[in-house]
Design a protein around this ligand. Structure first.
Ligand SMILES: *[C@@H]1O[C@H](CO)[C@@H](O)[C@H](O)[C@H]1NC(C)=O
Ligand SMILES: *[C@@H]1O[C@H](CO)[C@@H](O)[C@H](O)[C@H]1NC(C)=O
Length: 363
């Protein structure tokens, strides 16, 4: 009895935020859909401006839960530019929370609305979100041999002129120390290609990053090279465990997240594919060293932190709470009337179906 109460209280910790984040999605999509229709006659730039504002509202609500509700402490190593820039964001990947980490940095630069993702093809099936992410300038890519360069270039060029904060996880899949065969394959691949074998990341794949950077070169200011580590992921014997998932993170399992920030000017990035690949691998060797220090340092003062000075970076509640009020305030009245509830339900059902059709017809 007591145990089941404890379990319930624990799962409530993420059911509550999950219900609100998912529950407000239909209203968001309706508002966006109306704007999409109204703006067809207007220049694309005008459409993007409001779309970015809307996206900023939704993601600020997401950050309300992931930062303020969880109380996680964000520690940043390195200086994030104060001004907005057009960038490609390259990060190590170990958890679905990594998407939110990009938001955490972007909101501190007032660039939250510009965040777009390069995503694994399978994610296009996410109800409502899968479709919307592609409408917001996100791209779905298939792995290795099935990767379609032409399609990605086309999608990138369609966004020329819109601000760019394109998030790419070059490892292509999440690092999970429990999946021994994935790690072994990745290391064997590096060894076969004559590249340094990495311990705390997978071997990066170059295609998506190379195409994004080369295609958009004239439009980009920099590459943000990001290394993320979640505190609380060492087991009792000091071995690295899997990073927290979104529900675990919302259950406050991660007290502190460490973000190492490095800015590389776009002019310093080699265009030639073979050289680019070495460059990218070199960046991952740096990440591997940072993460080795984080997880394996013998020195009690150095473990669970990156070298260099980490600064706590609190976020003002006034940046996130209003968005949650707005979206909640729009959703509640809809749920109070019979017609409203019908519209709400239909948006889920038909929005999902239309979205699936759309992302498969216009990949
Ligand atoms: C790649 O994408 C282009 C443009 O979207 C398309 O015309 C082409 O058929 C695709 N190629 C493959 C092999 O799917
Ligand atoms: C948070 O923002 C509000 C409104 O912009 C401001 O009045 C307040 O001083 C800020 N609080 C902190 C702790 O910076």
């Amino acid at each position: 009895m007591l145990l089941s109460l404890v379990v319930h209280t624990y799962s409530l910790r993420y059911w509550f935020p999950a219900t609100i984040m998912l529950g407000t999605a239909p209203v968001y999509l309706l508002v966006w859909g109306v704007w999409r229709l109204l703006s067809t006659a207007l220049p694309a730039r005008v459409y993007h401006t409001l779309d970015d504002r809307l996206y900023c509202i939704y993601q600020s609500m997401v950050l309300f839960f992931f930062e303020h509700y969880t109380g996680v402490e964000v520690v940043i190593y390195g200086d994030i530019p104060k001004n907005k820039e057009n960038v490609v964001y390259l990060s190590n990947h170990q958890s679905t929370v990594d998407w939110i980490i990009a938001d955490m940095l972007a909101i501190r630069q007032s660039a939250l609305g510009h965040v777009r993702y390069v995503l694994k093809d399978g994610l296009k099936w996410l109800p409502l979100y899968g479709w919307y992410f592609s409408q917001h300038g996100g791209m779905y890519v298939k792995r290795s041999a099935k990767f379609n360069e032409t399609a990605m270039k086309k999608k990138l060029l369609a966004q020329t002129g819109a601000p760019m904060y394109l998030v790419i996880f070059p490892e292509g899949t999440r690092y999970n120390p429990e999946l021994k065969n994935v790690m072994a394959d990745s290391r064997a691949f590096a060894a076969k290609e004559g590249l340094a074998v990495l311990k705390h990341t997978l071997t990066p794949r170059m295609k998506a990053s190379h195409i994004a950077i080369e295609t958009m070169k004239g439009h980009l200011d920099a590459v943000y090279d990001i290394t993320v580590a979640y505190e609380g992921t060492l087991d009792t014997s000091g071995q690295r465990r899997n990073a927290p998932s979104m529900p675990e993170f919302l259950c406050k399992e991660c007290p502190r997240v460490h973000i190492h920030f490095d800015r590389v000017d776009i002019k310093e990035i080699p265009p030639e594919p073979a050289v680019f690949r070495k460059w990218l691998h070199g960046r991952f060797e740096i990440k591997d060293r940072l993460l080795t220090d984080f997880y394996e340092s013998e020195d009690a003062d150095k473990i669970c932190r990156f070298p260099g000075e980490g600064k706590r970076s609190p976020l003002n509640l006034s940046k996130t709470l209003p968005s949650m009020m707005i979206l909640g305030g729009l959703t509640l009245p809809l749920l109070l009337t019979e017609n409203g509830r019908r519209l709400y339900l239909n948006t889920w059902v038909y929005g999902t179906l239309l979205g699936w059709l759309w992302v498969n017809v216009f990949p």
